[in-house]
Design a protein around this ligand. Structure first.
Ligand SMILES: O=C(O)C1=C[C@@H](OP(=O)(O)O)[C@@H](O)[C@H](O)C1
Ligand SMILES: C=C(OP(=O)(O)O)C(=O)O
Length: 423
């Protein structure tokens, strides 16, 4: 990927516009894995085509599935997974955590590696869990090899998933094909990202799996066969964050089309969180309309359930008229970069006073000024920088191409939205 520096456009007035966002990364990843684990073909309507999900599709092809793409309809024709194969995870947590359990069902060695920073993202709790379910794995992080034998015993396993909910999701998504299914028991500090776990359970049930989540921190998936189905992928609501923020910061009005009435996506909580910062919204049949006044209040919020929303919310806090405290997000040090350190450094450069706490950020807005904003290969750091740029001239992103991880069209969508402003 070629790095592309980019000067974030500044708003000259309230932004008014409508955006149609690409499909949810998290739903697309889950639907692809479930489709590959099914007996019959599945389709995905309006999935996300971006680096994370294109690499997921490529990985599943490498394991034997046929994935064909026709406009906004993907068709997956599954085959029993087979090795040897090599999987490039890029920087995607979803691939590095969802595919080792599925790859264990292949007959043959499956090697995994990814971007340099992907090698620093935690995997050991998941790999140890696989080992105790009877899988032979070499390595405690990337690069690693899963030595598949064509079957996985499965059964009961204890894991500390406090570093990432994706460890649990990965085990559950493959477990219908384990001889004994799986019972995953979490022991340790709380698992973050509860909505993402709900999404895993909901989508497994939609695919026909038997799942019991009635006991807190214990998840059971029964062994069985998945039939394949048609998935409708919702727009990515976490990627709505910068667009809703644009309405909030400029006192404008932005509509996100096809916002679902009910969803497991964590991004749905943007309505509440950005509402607390001064916005208001209406949800109707064709989407969510979000309005701002241009005045932003600071917030004290526990973001443990919605950690991936932190970068844009932190950017808003830096532009607010009072201090903020974002808590419960120690685990986002393990995201695409150490997001707490990166946000503290970059938001300080543009004038805020930002202190890293053990599990979050304390942000006191200051006099904003332009700066070179490092994006650390992190799509959501780029979104955060764009939001600051709405108010502050001279915000130069070191690289905007990192947005291709989940929304390659971000620069165009953003520039297009800014055309709709009343100056
Ligand atoms: O399962 C998923 O699709 C995700 C789970 C979350 O991971 P963590 O629990 O590691 O934060 C989230 O931050 C990530 O963007 C996507
Ligand atoms: C944490 C994120 O991604 P990943 O799925 O790579 O963990 C994210 O998209 O904010």
């Amino acid at each position: 990927m070629t790095e592309t520096s980019w000067t974030a456009p500044t708003a000259t007035g309230p932004i008014h516009g409508t955006v149609r966002l690409p499909g949810s990364k998290s739903m697309t990843a889950r639907a692809l894995v479930l489709a590959a684990a099914s007996v019959d073909a599945s389709t995905l309507r309006r999935p996300l085509s971006a680096r994370d999900t294109d690499l997921m599709a490529a990985a599943l092809r490498g394991l034997g599935a046929q994935v064909t793409v026709e406009d906004e309809l993907w068709t997956i024709r599954p085959r029993p997974p087979r090795g040897p194969a090599h999987i490039d995870v890029g920087l995607a947590g979803t691939i590095m955590r969802f595919l080792p359990p599925f790859a264990a069902l292949a007959d043959g060695d499956i090697t995994f590696d990814g971007d340099p920073y992907a090698r620093r993202r935690p995997l050991k709790p998941l790999l140890d869990a696989l080992r105790s379910l009877g899988v032979k794995v070499t390595g405690d992080g990337l690069p690693l090899t899963v030595h598949g034998t064509g079957r996985v015993r499965g059964g009961e396993v204890t894991i500390d998933a406090s570093l990432s909910s994706q460890f649990v999701s990965g085990l559950l998504l493959a477990a219908t094909d384990f001889d004994e299914g799986v019972v995953v028991r979490h022991v340790g500090p709380p698992v973050p990202s509860a909505p993402h776990l709900k999404m895993t359970i909901q989508m497994l049930r939609d695919a026909g799996a038997g799942v019991d989540d009635s006991v807190p921190n214990v998840w059971r998936v029964e062994p069985g066969k998945l039939a394949g189905r048609a998935w409708n992928i919702e727009p990515d609501l976490s990627n709505a964050a910068p667009f809703l923020a644009a309405a909030l910061v400029t006192g404008g009005e932005v509509k996100v089309l096809d916002w679902p009435r009910s969803t497991t996506q964590p991004g749905d909580q943007l309505r509440i969180l950005l509402g607390q910062m001064g916005g208001s919204w209406t949800l109707d049949t064709d989407g969510l309309t979000f309005r701002g006044t241009g005045n932003l209040r600071g917030i004290d919020a526990d973001l443990s359930q919605v950690g991936e929303l932190t970068p844009v919310i932190a950017a808003l806090c830096a532009l607010a008229d009072s201090p903020s405290h974002l808590r419960g997000i120690g685990h986002i040090r393990n995201h695409e970069t150490d997001r707490l350190a990166a946000l503290a450094r970059e938001l300080s450069k543009v004038g805020a006073q930002v202190d890293e706490t053990e599990d979050g950020l304390a942000i006191t807005p200051g006099k904003p000024s332009g700066a070179v904003f490092e994006t650390y290969d992190d799509h959501r750091l780029a979104h955060a920088a764009a939001v600051i740029g709405l108010r502050v001239e001279g915000i130069e992103l070191t690289d905007v191409s990192c947005t291709s991880k989940t929304m390659p069209e971000f620069p165009q969508l953003w520039t297009g939205l800014l055309k709709g402003q009343n100056s």
